[in-house]
Design a protein around this ligand. Structure first.
Ligand SMILES: Nc1ncnc2c1ncn2[C@@H]1O[C@H](COP(=O)(O)OP(=O)(O)OP(=O)(O)O)[C@@H](O)[C@H]1O
Length: 576
């Protein structure tokens, strides 16, 4: 029952995933390549069938001491091998082309859902109902593995069925003799016993393989997870290199990495054990499967029903049938991996299709497009994902082109309000009317996005859309020009101070020219003179942009047209 439901679930998942790559515009190209590869594998099957007949011709020539006939057969052999190799190499070439074509389609779909639906934001642990572990690995690794195995298995399956029919036909015509024996005084005769023996042999072996190999699927599933967790911890160490080094956190990092690696080692030991148990049966099976037919046919050979050539031909046909039928046994490990990959990847696609935020807090924020260009916050109260209410947000209408300050004590919900205005924060109730137009958000902590100074300064715009002279002028005005002479790429961003990162944020604002600029403590690290100078410059560069500023005080260089305070007023400091 469990076997059937795993099989059915994997089939449904594999079909769902396969439809993504097989259907859609330009699908004919992939299908044409697939048909070509399939056709070439049929030629390969024909060569194998032809080689079975060749066995008889060659060994009979040897038995009859016919040198000329043997020589001819050697020529035939090389011709068949050349044809087989040619087909294999061509097939392999086009299979690889197909692999990258379909992988690109599947990866593009995964990225569309992951990025396009903002699933990457909502499916983080603590945010969504279905947090997805290691999505990066699923997009990068699992897409490749799925396509690789899908092509391999479906091609195998079709060509194995064709091979099976061809080989059974040969076996039927060769193994004409019966097996006779007495059981409890009864004379029993099994006609063409070698034909029946092949499937019985394989069915028994398959059942044993599945019984012994069942735990492997779980272990392979876990392996991907623990390996990805370990890799992720290493990437985090690289990203937080400064913080770890400055806070002497090497010991803590080492413990974290050791813990993650211990999980890798534990899983490895479990995989080893499961593979050993499977190997105890499958290894001897691999080695005997080609020899057994000769032993099974010996009674007929000694009874004189077969020539040596006939025996060889029979052995060849029988082992071809058993090898074809044993596909499940030979591929068991890969099949177990495939089941795990389908489960992981389908889970990612399903969750990313409709990422659902945690249901702990109400999601009753009404969002509308304002028709007079103003931003309205009406009866708004936000909550954390766990359902804790934050302070109510006072009613406000923010007119375009104004400077608007949001203030309040720490932890009251200022950043959360910006996220709600940006359309991200789903928890809470009330109403947000947002005008059309471009919004740009400069988050707290001034994170830098992009893999070079120019990309980071233009983000999220494409840097190719910007005049390099203008980008250079903006960066120079912000005092970042010296960084342009450093080697570009990630190295150009290394070690940027907080103030420099905030200046880079201002470059983004000036180059992107948004209608609405949301600044979360975006100038807090600048010295008063630089803050006053740069914000005054920003205002002259973007005179019509509405500035929504989150800060504990109005930044120097601009004056606020309105102030929105969340929560009670901060207590005034008494002067000494
Ligand atoms: N993802 C989250 N999960 C749980 N709680 C959250 C989450 N995001 C924010 N909060 C909580 O919501 C509250 C408001 O956070 P927010 O960052 O908006 O505060 P803030 O007013 O901007 O604070 P600060 O001035 O210190 O930056 C805080 O108590 C915070 O811990």
């Amino acid at each position: 029952m469990a076997v059937r439901s795993t099989f059915r679930a994997t089939l449904v998942r594999a079909i769902r995933l396969a439809r993504i790559v097989i259907a859609g515009p330009g699908a004919w190209q992939g299908l044409a390549l697939y048909a070509l590869v399939l056709g070439l594998s049929f030629v390969g099957v024909w060569v194998s069938v032809r080689l079975i007949a060749w066995n008889k011709a060659f060994y009979d020539a040897l038995e009859q001491m016919d040198a000329a006939a043997a020589l001819t057969q050697i020529g035939v052999f090389f011709a068949l091998v050349a044809l087989s190799a040619g087909c294999w190499l061509t097939g392999d070439w086009f299979r690889k082309k197909l692999l990258i074509l379909w992988r690109a389609r599947l990866t593009a779909r995964a990225l569309d859902l992951w990025i396009g639906n903002r699933a990457y934001w909502l499916m983080r642990p603590g945010f969504g109902t279905t947090p997805v572990e290691n999505p990066d690995q699923r997009v990068a690794e699992d897409c490749r593995l799925f396509i690789d195995r899908f092509i391999e298995f479906t091609l195998d399956l079709v060509s194995e069925v064709v091979s099976l029919v061809s080989y059974v036909a040969v076996l039927w015509s060769v193994a004409t003799f019966a097996l006779g024996f007495t059981l409890f005084g009864l004379g029993i005769e099994i006609p063409r016993y070698m034909v029946w023996l092949a499937p019985v042999y394989v069915v028994v072996a398959t059942a044993i393989t599945h019984l012994l190999g069942r735990p492997l699927k779980r272990q392979y599933f876990d392996r991907e997870k623990v390996e990805a967790d370990f890799r992720h911890a290493l990437v985090q160490l690289r990203d937080r290199a400064d913080t770890v080094a400055q806070s002497g956190g090497e010991g803590a990092e080492r413990r974290r990495l050791d813990d993650r690696f211990a999980a890798v080692a534990l899983n490895w030991r479990r995989v080893m054990r499961a593979e050993l148990i499977l190997g105890l049966f499958s290894r001897p099976y691999f080695q005997t499967v080609l020899r057994m037919p000769t032993f099974f046919a010996l009674p007929a050979y000694f009874a004189g029903a077969l020539t040596l050539g006939g025996l060889m031909q029979l052995a060849s046909a029988f082992s071809s049938v058993t090898t074809t039928l044993s596909w499940f046994i030979f591929e068991y490990r890969k099949l177990a991996e495939f089941v795990a990959v389908c489960e992981r990847l389908d889970g990612l696609f399903a969750a990313a299709q409709a990422p659902a935020p945690l249901p702990a807090a109400p999601r009753a924020i009404q969002r509308e497009v304002s028709d007079d260009g103003a931003l309205r916050l009406d009866g708004l109260r936000l909550a954390t994902p766990a359902g804790n209410w934050l302070d109510p947000v006072p009613h406000r209408v923010i007119r375009p082109g104004k400077v608007f300050l949001i203030t309040g004590a720490s932890g009251r919900g200022k950043t959360t309000l910006l996220a709600a205005i940006a359309g991200l924060w789903p928890w809470g109730h009330g109403r947000i009317e947002r005008p059309a137009g471009r919004f740009l958000f400069l988050p707290a902590g001034a994170p830098v996005l992009g893999d070079g100074l120019v990309t980071a300064a233009c983000h999220p715009d494409d840097p190719d859309r910007h005049d390099p002279a203008r980008v250079f002028a903006v960066l120079t005005r912000l005092g970042l020009a010296p960084r342009l002479t450093a080697p570009q790429g990630e190295a150009a961003l290394a070690g940027l101070s907080m103030g420099e990162r905030q200046r880079l944020g201002l470059a983004r604002a000036v180059l992107n020219r948004p209608d609405w600029l949301l600044m979360d403590e975006a100038t807090s690290a600048l010295d008063p003179a630089a803050e006053a100078d740069l914000l005054a410059w920003l205002r002259t560069e973007l005179p019509d942009t509405t500035l929504i500023i989150v800060a504990h005080r109005t930044p120097l260089g601009v004056s606020a047209d309105d102030v929105l305070r969340i929560g009670p007023a901060e207590p005034e400091r008494k002067s000494a």
